[in-house]
Design a protein around this ligand. Structure first.
Ligand SMILES: C[S@@+](CC[C@H](N)C(=O)[O-])C[C@H]1O[C@@H](n2cnc3c(N)ncnc32)[C@H](O)[C@@H]1O
Length: 212
């Protein structure tokens, strides 16, 4: 992956972060907002479905949905370090035969990625500038369900993002965090023919499941 295309994702989501995320998952399970997404998807009865998990990090959504009887998963992840950590964990848990790994920017790879019953982007929309491409192309790949976790777009999250971005800039990093407009994200998803099924919030995140 060319870092210029991916706004410094490889640099930001490096081996140290991947190891720390994996350690946290092994000791305490899915993070709160991820668990909320998993619960919302399981409410839809996902048994036998296929999953496309974009920006899945160490693979928590893939593994937890496979445990809920999702049949197969495809991971598209722009960080090599996270892809390696996800493979390692899937192997450890005995699910590696059920997961196909694609390494790269989903926006670049989208045309070659088959549709799946469920598409998930857990805390990924906030890492990518061009949401028209990321959300539009990914929503078009969801045959049944589309689940997203992304920041609530109110002043506190915007202030947090602005401060975080100052530090990225000071360190000379390309990576930026984005608090995209909820109205824009929602319109892009609806524009792909999906309707909202459930909406939940934590203090920082909105967790939304759409369906066809
Ligand atoms: C904040 S992490 C979230 C990881 C995991 N989903 C979670 O919630 O713990 C964002 C991940 O999305 C990946 N990512 C961001 N934009 C992407 C894109 N366009 N294509 C593929 N992966 C992407 C990054 O490499 C990173 O691993």
């Amino acid at each position: 992956v060319n870092c210029c295309q991916c706004d410094g994702l490889e640099e930001e989501f490096d081996r140290v972060k991947a190891a720390s995320d994996l350690e946290r998952y092994r000791s305490t399970g899915p993070d709160n907002s991820t668990q909320v997404l998993l619960d919302a998807l399981k409410d839809e009865d996902v048994q036998g479905m296929s999953l496309l998990d974009i920006g899945g990090g160490v693979g928590v959504v893939q593994l937890e949905l496979l445990k809920a009887d999702v049949k197969t998963a495809t991971s598209v992840e722009a960080s090599n370090s996270y892809t390696s950590a996800a493979r390692e964990e899937a192997e450890r848990q005995g699910y590696s035969d059920h997961i196909r790994y694609e390494f790269g920017n989903f926006v670049d790879l989208a045309e070659g990625i088959p549709k799946a019953d469920i598409v998930t982007l857990d805390r990924v929309i906030c890492c990518y500038k061009d949401i028209k491409a990321l959300v539009g192309l990914s929503a078009a790949r969801a045959s049944k369900l589309y689940g997203v976790v992304y920041p609530r777009d109110y002043w506190l999250e915007k202030a947090r993002a602005a401060i975080e971005n100052i530090f990225h800039w000071l360190r000379g990093e390309q990576y930026r965090v984005y608090v995209h407009s909820s109205t824009t994200v929602d319109a892009l998803i609806r524009g792909a023919g999906l309707n909202r099924r459930s909406y939940r919030q934590t203090s920082s995140w909105q967790i939304v499941v759409y369906g066809r």
